[in-house]
Design a protein around this ligand. Structure first.
Ligand code: CA2
Length: 160
């Protein structure tokens, strides 16, 4: 049973992630954003959770989504803020302000790339960070978030 009154997790993807599957497959793979969102919906459903998936190329809109998650008493947030991870104090502040358990995901291993990707402002506001697992990172992040917030897989844990 989720501790939050709401059984929704927000899955937030930032700038350029709408291009997934169309360019740079050597870095980001062949899956599309629609594939990522289906993976998140299917994984969340295994925990009796609903994934509300949003993508925006605008920093302020991502801040608004975080505020909306708070207003709707979302159980958690999965965020890949894309390039804004490395620049956005506003997104860091929004995540800190709402205090919703948040897991940060990066498709690529940001630490094996350019040095400007090594620091993440949003990671400081997250309970955990995953990078380098490709889009499977979203599935792993939802599993980890569910464990952190005390939500068990549907049908699990009912045996004596
Ligand atoms: O590895 C990740 O998930 C990133 O968050 C992706 C961001 C990048 O700025 C971060 O450093 C790491 C960029 C997303 C761009 O996505 C594209 C996907 C396909 C083609 C072009 C860009």
């Amino acid at each position: 049973m989720a501790k939050s009154p709401d059984q929704t997790i927000y899955v937030l993807n930032g700038p350029n992630l709408n291009l997934l599957g169309t360019r740079e497959p050597e870095t980001y793979g062949h899956a599309t954003l629609a594939d990522v969102e289906k993976l998140c919906a299917d994984t969340a459903a295994q925990f009796g959770l609903r994934a509300d998936c949003r993508q925006s190329n605008r920093e302020g809109e991502l801040v608004d989504f975080i505020h909306e998650a708070h207003a709707r008493k979302a159980a958690g947030i999965i965020i890949n803020a894309g390039g804004y991870s490395h620049t956005s104090i506003a997104l860091h502040d929004a995540l800190k302000a709402v205090a919703i358990p948040t897991v940060e995901v990066h498709i690529s291993n940001i630490h094996a790339r350019e040095s400007f990707r090594h620091h993440s402002f949003t990671a400081k506001a997250a309970i955990a960070v995953l990078c380098g697992f490709g889009i499977d990172g979203y599935r792993l992040a939802i599993n980890g978030l569910a464990a952190k917030i005390g939500v068990k897989a549907v049908g699990a844990g009912s045996k004596a």
